[in-house]
Design a protein around this ligand. Structure first.
Ligand code: SF4
Ligand code: SF4
Length: 206
């Protein structure tokens, strides 16, 4: 069998290590993690309903009916380690097995490895996917509507409160939780990306 692509291998390794660690955690620590992501889940719910309310029509018109969505291209998204952790916390064992299976069976193509006929296989898709709007969608919906444009800008600012390490943020803390337990992954961008490391240093974070 051909080896996995680097992208798929990194995804697989991260999913496996997260599953392994979570399965050995005492209930109290699992509860702590679930509590820790609560406000982020609330934020994601708000984004999802904003997208549903204002973008469902344009997306269905432009992409889903023609099945030409630019949203889910092959290896087109960055998956943060925290995305993997949060998804695992919310998934069943079968849901995680399905992700691992598609990574193993992947034979190429133009679409994201996680996309199937009924949509994204993640129980809780990565933040980059949630926040992506193509220019066509943005221009059609936000350009002539100041109120919506400002609501979207507000959501982008809220996103940064979880992901952008100019202060201690959830995505960084979830990486630390696993690093402290001896795990490591190239998807830990808040500890690997030179740009994000510089940003953290500039704000007195390590
Ligand atoms: S955001 Fe753009 S590319 Fe993605 S589904 Fe909507 S219209 Fe299509
Ligand atoms: S992870 Fe899901 S939402 Fe994101 S690009 Fe892949 S199929 Fe699309």
């Amino acid at each position: 069998m051909a080896p996995l692509s680097e992208y798929n291998q990194q995804q697989k390794d991260a999913i496996l290590m997260v599953r392994q660690h979570l399965s050995h955690l005492p209930e109290s620590e699992l509860c702590w993690l679930k509590k820790r992501i609560k406000s982020y889940l609330k934020f994601r719910k708000t984004v999802a309903s904003f997208q549903d309310q204002h973008f469902a029509d344009i997306c269905s018109q432009k992409c889903f009916t023609s099945q030409t969505s630019a949203c889910c291209g092959r290896e087109g998204i960055i998956t943060f380690f925290a995305d993997v952790v949060i998804n695992a916390l919310l998934s069943t064992t079968k849901g995680i097995d399905t992700l691992l299976e598609v990574l193993e069976r992947d034979r190429g193509g133009f679409n994201c490895v996680y996309l199937n006929e009924s949509g994204c296989l993640w129980r809780f898709k990565p933040i980059v996917c949630e926040m992506f709007l193509c220019d066509h969608a943005k221009n059609s919906v936000l350009n002539d509507n100041e109120s919506l444009a400002s609501q979207w800008a507000g959501l982008r600012r809220r996103e940064r409160m979880y992901t952008w390490p100019t202060r201690p943020v959830l995505f960084d803390q979830l990486e630390v939780f696993f690093l402290n337990a001896g795990f490591d992954s190239p998807l830990m961008y808040l500890h690997k990306s030179p740009g994000l490391l510089r940003l953290k240093a500039k704000h007195g974070l390590r």
